[in-house]
Design a protein around this ligand. Sequence first.
Ligand code: GAP
Length: 448
Amino acid sequence: MPEQDRLETVVALTKRRGFIFPAAELYGGFRSAYDFGPLGVLLLRKIRDEWWRFMVRERPEVVGLEASILTPRAIWEASGHLEHFADPLVDCRSCKERWRADQIDGVCPRCGSRDLTPVRAFNLMFRTQVGPVEGEGAEAYLRPETAQGMFVDAAGVARAMRLRPPFGIAQIGKSFRNEITPGNFVFRTREFEQMEMEFFVHPDAADKAHDFWIEERMRWYDALGLTGAWLRLREHDRDELSHYASRTVDIEFRFPWGYGELEGIANRTDFDLRAHARAAREDLSFLDPETNERFYPYTIEPAGGVTRAAMAFLLAAFDVDEVNGEQRTVLRLSPRLAPYTAAVLPLARKPELTSLARRVFDELATIVDVDYDETQSIGRRYRRQDEIGTPWCVTVDFESLDDAAVTIRDRDTLQQERVAISDVATKIAERLEAAPRARARALTFHQR
Ligand code: GAP
């Protein structure tokens, strides 16, 4: 399938099947904003859970944080975002469209005019005000990255949790950027969700820590299905580095329009901690108990997008094959990410079958997300589950009434296994546990 068709087909599928809807469609839509429907919610939740397990739960040196989205001006003044977090903007004088100057070649892509305004810096942060009184103290911003919460709270977190470098603070949450040209579905939106970790390490160990996190993050995506040519690493050129970074390596995904950033892994040096220390007049350095040296740690930051990752997983999972001479659409999502781990399907809508099926549903629902469907032919129900990526369908048939067993059908191999109802939850749990995932590696470098 041509790449552009893949994108359109996947976008249509996600809308039809309740993953992602254009926002405010009832009112004609709201440009480049999206609502995540019932299946999208489950997918996002699984991405977050897998990230959290790998980045936080399996690492004694990493802890979590949920910082405020509404933030005072002082934070962004210190972090350099007020000054630097801007894109170059031009207006087309003919058709009035606005563009990012670095994405066009001196010609308006819409009307072809070369009559463009001079380039000016457009700050991407959303500004608002808190409270009923206008004025400087009321000025607030929606955070454009979750990261600053970790820097501002670093000393407090370290004290409370008795941590010393190397340690990490992780956060998943919404961020907001007034992007000039949002687009390509949920690839670039103005409201999106990030999963970021700030890893504080002695400056002497920063390069090793950077390489370590690049490998860790690649292993995470690979195990969840983004294998082989779906991903590549790309080193930032000097002139594209963010104002805070000394080196950044992007994990890029092969989107239908070419490779694009999925996650950035940056060495932010001691830029942020020192900036906040200066601005807030606080000592945010750490003590090395062995040398008695006070030092500002460097920060290695793996920063990914939850919503952008959802799009990548959906694109990579989309497949069309043939079953019994008929085309079927199938999402080959990792069982760890599939919205529903299992679906319970009574063969017919007869009370004796549906009541037994409901019992099977109740059993499975204690361990995983389960769908229940009793409408239309069993063949059509299998297709519907394939299309949303459900790895295992559990069919309750008339024999089940006699042998107290059900059939588990596998989405990919199409093989069917008969199992006792009393074992079905254990069997599904075992299959899920057997699905690949990356385990956190212990730190492979020393402090210095
Ligand atoms: N704290 C560093 C930071 O925010 P970034 O490369 O600007 O770095 C990290 O963002 C990740 O957040 C990106 O790799 C991408 O996955 C996601 N992201 C950034 N801007 C986005 C947008 N407008 N829409 C969707 N996802 C976005």
